[in-house]
Ligand binder design. Structure first.
Ligand code: SAH
Length: 366
C-alpha cells in the first residue's frame, strides 16, 4: 500500500521528501495542497513535474480516494463515493444552499444500529473511521467548491456569487457518531481549528446513545445536537430502532436536553414520517397518525426544540412507504397547533441516493 501523506506528521513528511532528494520547503508546499483537498499530485502546480510524477508512483495524497461523483439534477448537490485504504467505501454529500455550503459526513463504514428504515445499516458495521478519514471528507468537498468557479455554479440560481468555503458540517452520513465519539470529537476540534468552522455550524446526529450524549456534555463545546426520534412512545420506537431497547425515550431526551440547555441551543429532533403498504396496496400511516402527533406534542411541550419532519426516503430493501403530502401536513398542523416548532425538511439529492438514510456502505452498483 502506498503511504498516505496526509497522515504524516510534519517531520515525517520532511523525512519522506528528503529520501526523494527534496528540500524541506517542499513539505510545506505539499501540506498546503493537502489541506486544500488536492486529490492527486498532478494538481500541485508549484511542484516540479518530475517530483509530481515520483510522488504519484510512490504515495497517495488523502486517506480517501474519490471513486465516483454524482450530481443531482438541480446541480446543487454532489455525492462522493470514497474508498479507504482497506477498500471499504463510504459516502459524503456536499449541499450548496442559500445559507452556505453544507457537508454531510460519515463517521463509520457501515452501521451497527439496525434501524429498520435505513440503508446505511443493511450490511452491518465494518469499522470506525479515523479523525483523518472524517476530516478528508470535508477537504474533498472543499476542493470541489473551488472548482465551482470554473463551472455554471460560479453564480447561484438566485444570482449570488457562490461562496467557495464549506460553512456547515452535519455528521449525519453513514454510521452512529456516538459509537465513535473520540474520533468525532477529534474531527470537530480540527474542523474548528484548521477550517475555522464555528461550533454552532456543526451538528451531530445520534439515534440516542446516552453515554455518548453525556460525553458531549462533558466535552462542553456548543455544537448542535440532533436526536433521531422517529416515534413518541417506547413501544413503537423499539419496533423500528433496536437501540431503544437499551436507552429508552425519556432517558435519551433527558440527556439531550441537558446538553442543549447547557449551551442554550435548540435541540433538533428528527422525525421520519413512515407509512406501510397494506394488502390492497394502500399506504397506511405507521408513526404519523394524528394520535401520534398529539403524543409527540405532549412529549416535547415547553421544551426548547425544533422538530424536523422527514417524509421517508425510499430504500429498496426496506418495507416502508412515504405518506402522502396531505398526511405530512396534517401531522405538522397538529404539532403547530400545540405550539411545537416544526418544519418539513427539504431533501436534497434524492435522485442520486444522497438523501437522509440513503447513504450506504458498499455502493458498488451506484
Ligand atoms: N446514526 C445517526 C446519524 C445518521 S443521521 C442517527 O441515527 O442520527 C441520518 C438521519 O436520517 C437519521 O435521523 C436517520 O434516522 C434518518 N433516516 C434514516 N433512514 C431514512 C430514510 N430512509 N428516510 C429518511 N430519513 C432516514
Amino acid at each position: 500500500m502506498k503511504p498516505i501523506l496526509f497522515n504524516f506528521t510534519d517531520s515525517e513528511l520532511i523525512e519522506f521528501l528528503e529520501k526523494l532528494g527534496q528540500p524541506k520547503f517542499r513539505a510545506k508546499q505539499i501540506r498546503e495542497w493537502l489541506l486544500r483537498g488536492a486529490p492527486d499530485f498532478a494538481s500541485m502546480k508549484n511542484l516540479p513535474e518530475n517530483l509530481r510524477k515520483d510522488l504519484d508512483n510512490s504515495a497517495q495524497t488523502l486517506p480517501v480516494k474519490i471513486v465516483k461523483k454524482l450530481e443531482s439534477s438541480d446541480g446543487q448537490t454532489t455525492k462522493f463515493l470514497l474508498e479507504l485504504h482497506d477498500n471499504e467505501q463510504i459516502e459524503c454529500v456536499l449541499m450548496r444552499t442559500s445559507y452556505g455550503n453544507s457537508v454531510c459526513v460519515s463517521s463509520q463504514a457501515g452501521c451497527a444500529m439496525g434501524c429498520k428504515f435505513c440503508a446505511s445499516t443493511l450490511l452491518g458495521l465494518k469499522r470506525n473511521l479515523t479523525v483523518n478519514e472524517i476530516f478528508s471528507q470535508i477537504l474533498v468537498a472543499q476542493w470541489e467548491l473551488r472548482s465551482d468557479r470554473f463551472s455554471d455554479r460560479a453564480i447561484r440560481p438566485n444570482g449570488d456569487a457562490n461562496n467557495e468555503d464549506v460553512s456547515h458540517i452535519v455528521i449525519m452520513g453513514t454510521g452512529e457518531p456516538l459509537q465513535n465519539t473520540e474520533n468525532v470529537i477529534g474531527f470537530i476540534e480540527r474542523a474548528n481549528k484548521d477550517m475555522g468552522i464555528g461550533w454552532r455550524k456543526i451538528t451531530v446526529s445520534t439515534c440516542g446513545i446516552v453515554p455518548g450524549i453525556k460525553d458531549l456534555t462533558a466535552w462542553g463545546r456548543p455544537i448542535n445536537l440532533a436526536i433521531s426520534l422517529h416515534a413518541p412512545i417506547d413501544e413503537l420506537r423499539s419496533q423500528i430502532m433496536p437501540i431503544n431497547n437499551k436507552y429508552k425515550l425519556a432517558e435519551v431526551l433527558d440527556a439531550a436536553f441537558e446538553f442543549s440547555n447547557l449551551h442554550n441551543r435548540q435541540l433538533m429532533i428528527e422525525y421520519i414520517l413512515l407509512g406501510k403498504k397494506n394488502s390492497d396496496g394502500e399506504t397506511e400511516l405507521f408513526n404519523c397518525t394524528p394520535e401520534y402527533a398529539e403524543k409527540l406534542s405532549n412529549l416535547l411541550k415547553d421544551k426548547n426544540c425544533m422538530v424536523n419532519l422527514i417524509p421517508w426516503n425510499a430504500v429498496d430493501e426496506r418495507d416502508f412507504a412515504s405518506p402522502s403530502g396531505n398526511a405530512v401536513h396534517r401531522f405538522q398542523d397538529i404539532l403547530i397547533k400545540n405550539g411545537i416548532h416544526t418544519r418539513i425538511r427539504r431533501e436534497r439529492g434524492q435522485d442520486i441516493g444522497s438523501a437522509c438514510g440513503q447513504l450506504r456502505l458498499n455502493n458498488k452498483k451506484a
